[in-house]
Write a protein that binds this ligand. Structure first.
Ligand code: MLT
Length: 404
């Protein structure tokens, strides 16, 4: 008899957002008359910007004629898109990234899950706690995390870096030496950020101990404060120790159309081997590229019109973030996040666990959020709301919560 990958059997429950989706579907089936407001999963609600849609339509037409039809995309992605990224995301920040250091993909979720392929199974990972569950679950699937300890809500072979109110929701350098460090700033789920000096400490640490940083910058477009780095490569030495993941989902609404990219500088080496060459090999072998239509639409994000329109969308969501933050604070909740990120992190009322509060909000306010404990044990007693709803729904949700 064939054997399955038994690591999958060690995973507790289903993927966080699938569990939430199931609970909400059950509630709506039992209460069809209730109007549910979803501020749970970080999914955008505004339509794609007009500049993006125009380019997408044009790209669809190009596919209809033999002269302009496109088949397989180039391995790393179309050069027009990588060029736009190198100039707009990096050169403007004083960072030189070569076109063959950028790998276009179908999104940061896949990349953050797949990147583990190029590392030995014996590497030890360090993650923030709470954390975006994909980093941990995908390492568990490949057998890198040891055993799941249900009483602790932790894996036996993972270094957890608590991000609590005491640490201003930022991680501290771990006592035990990790091989692979996952960082996400602006942070999902807490909405916190660290400044450039603090990020430099992580880069210096990784270089010192010989670790690699997987830096998830999916929420970079939401940074509003001066001193917050937009890319890890703003830090000195980062090209020799960090991989950066980026997404078009949150800055330009591509959650349904799927587009992202990973940057692996050629300076990043393990002995003589560049990680760039390993990822290029993996990418070329296991992936056939994001569709031309979507890459063309992605390039439109970097046009003058595209930039203006997507910045307006971000401002719209950040106004929602302010509505949530201010509204909850006035109702007596302890809140953080929502300034450089579209997530608001609130403390659940006394004696209520994160899941208790989830059920309470769903039942009594018909509002869906995400329980903090779903992101890790240090998330217990917290709750995440997203700013990605419509303005009207956001205002209504906060009014309902205030009335509870
Ligand atoms: C979230 O809600 O944490 C995000 O939507 C998840 C994701 O981007 O995959």
């Amino acid at each position: 008899m064939y054997k399955i990958n038994e690591n999958y059997l060690k995973l507790p429950g289903s993927y966080l957002f699938s569990t939430i989706g199931k609970k909400v579907n059950e509630f709506t089936a039992a209460n069809p008359e209730k109007k549910i407001i979803r501020l749970g999963i970080g999914d955008v609600t505004l339509p794609l910007a007009p500049a993006v849609i125009d380019r997408m339509h044009k790209a669809v037409d190009e596919m209809s004629s033999p002269e302009t039809f496109k088949g397989y995309a180039p391995d790393l992605g179309y050069e027009f898109l990588r060029e736009a990224i190198a100039v707009n995301d990096f050169k403007t920040r004083g960072v030189d990234i070569a076109l063959d250091e950028i790998f276009i993909s179908d999104g940061a979720k896949s990349d953050s899950g797949n990147i583990g392929d190029i590392f030995d199974i014996d590497n030890k990972i360090a993650v923030c706690d709470p954390v975006y569950p994909v980093y941990v679950d995908t390492n568990a699937m490949s057998g890198r995390t040891g055993e799941y300890l249900p009483e602790l809500g932790k894996w036996s072979n993972v270094i957890y870096m608590p991000c609590t109110a005491e640490t201003n929701f930022a991680p501290e350098l771990p006592k035990e030496r990790p091989d692979i460090i996952y960082l996400c700033f602006p942070n999902n789920p807490t909405g916190s950020t660290i400044n450039k000096d603090e990020l430099q400490k992580w880069v210096d640490y990784a270089l010192k101990v010989g670790a690699v940083i997987i830096y998830d910058a999916a929420y970079e477009a939401y940074i509003s404060e001066e001193d917050v780095p937009h890319t890890i490569y703003e830090c000195e030495g980062a090209k020799a120790c960090a991989i950066e993941l980026r997404s078009f989902s949150k800055n330009a609404g591509f959650t349904g159309t799927r587009l992202g990219f990973t940057v692996i500088p050629k300076e990043l080496k393990c002995g003589d081997v560049t990680l760039n060459s390993l990822w290029a090999r993996r990418h070329g072998t296991k992936f056939n590229g994001a569709p031309y239509i979507i890459q063309a639409a992605g390039a439109a994000v970097y046009t003058e019109e595209g930039k203006k329109q997507t910045q307006e969308q971000i401002a719209y969501y950040m106004n929602n973030a302010k509505v949530i933050r201010d509204g909850l604070a006035s109702a007596g909740y302890t809140v953080s996040g929502g300034v450089n990120a579209p997530y608001i992190w609130l403390k659940t009322p006394e004696k209520m666990t994160s899941w208790d509060f989830f059920d309470y909000l769903l039942q009594d306010a018909n509002v869906v959020g995400t329980p903090g404990s779903g992101f890790g044990p240090s998330g217990e007693g917290y709750f995440r709301l997203t700013a990605f709803g419509s303005y009207e729904n956001t205002v209504e949700a906060i009014e309902r919560i205030k009335k509870l």
